[in-house]
Write a protein that binds this ligand. Structure first.
Ligand code: GLU
Length: 294
């Protein structure tokens, strides 16, 4: 089996140290398996996107010496494939008329906010227009073994509820798009931040319903600020300083627990990548779900 990995940034802002960690981890893991490394732009959420960010991310990755295989896949151009998947899901998908506040009012709290109470599962109330599309979940434990975080168990019915696959604004949900594209691109191994660990059972569920194979998952520690918040544009992540690309790569390796020698801090990016390939040992991140950035 050829290893196929990928990096799938959302263009909500420029690359920062948190996204660089996911890029480096997935890249080094693909190299360690003599695999391919694909790039996918997850530009499916225009309200949250920043104009120009997708191009800026590609430029920054190039400056940092990343080389991806094949053309970049843009999710904004894949809407027909997501519609096709919805059609294949058939009766597993149902229209939902509930507003966010209606769900919040009537629901039990799960692991990501209110659990969908099933209001529209058996049809819409008369006169209520459909908003989002949801997929049905069944009670019962879903489990998988994460390569770093160990065994993960989740009961989708209890913890999440029937979840959105096409949003009220017409855009397809991340959970659906990621499953359709990982399958279409032949991705065998998903390496990404542990903020997505609890999304994985939803993706396993959709893969099973669509008859797709399950990739192997490795969830890296995510970078958090001193308040414990995941670094993002909203929590004040600074864009990478690429006047010294080697220093950014060095910090990425350091946060990925690879203990790069100080002497590499100002080395050439080629030397850093050579060292990183030779010394890559993801096991030093076992069980680590976050790392703090001062
Ligand atoms: N687009 C997601 C993000 O930037 C990553 C999705 C994934 O790797 O599955 O957080």
């Amino acid at each position: 089996m050829t290893y196929i990995g990928r990096f799938a940034p959302s263009p909500t802002g420029p690359l920062h140290i948190g996204s660089l960690m996911a890029a480096m981890g997935s890249y080094l893991e693909a190299h360690a398996h003599s695999g391919r490394w694909l790039l996918r732009m997850e530009d499916l959420d225009p309200p949250r996107e920043m104009p120009g960010a997708a191009d800026a991310i590609l430029r920054d990755l190039e400056t940092l010496g990343f080389q991806w295989d094949g053309p970049v896949l843009y999710q904004s151009r894949r809407r027909a494939a997501y519609e096709d998947a919805l059609a294949r899901l058939g009766a597993q998908v149902f229209p939902c008329a509930c507003s966010r506040s209606e769900i919040a009012d009537s629901a039990v709290t799960g692991i990501e906010g209110p659990v969908y109470p099933g209001t529209c599962r058996d049809g819409l109330a008369p006169g209520k227009p459909a908003r989002a599309l949801r997929v049905r979940v069944q009670p019962g434990e879903l489990s998988f073994e994460d390569a770093l975080q160990g065994p993960i168990h989740q009961d989708l019915a209890q913890d999440i509820g029937d979840f959105v696959v096409r949003r009220a604004d017409g855009w397809h949900a991340y959970q659906l798009a990621v499953v359709v594209d990982d399958a279409m691109q032949g991705v065998t191994h998903v390496v990404r931040g542990s903020d997505l660990l609890l999304s994985t059972p939803r993706q396993l569920h959709l893969q099973a319903l669509l008859g797709l194979s399950h990739p192997i998952y490795m969830h890296l520690p995510v970078a958090v600020n001193t308040a414990g918040e995941k670094l993002s544009k909203q929590t004040g992540a600074r864009p990478l300083d690429l006047s010294q690309p080697a220093s950014a790569l060095w910090q990425g390796l350091d946060l990925l627990q690879q203990s790069p020698p100080q002497s590499l801090r100002h080395a050439s990016i080629d030397d850093i990548w050579t060292w990183a390939r030779q010394h890559w040992h993801p096991s030093s991140m076992s069980g680590l779900s976050s790392v703090e950035i001062a």
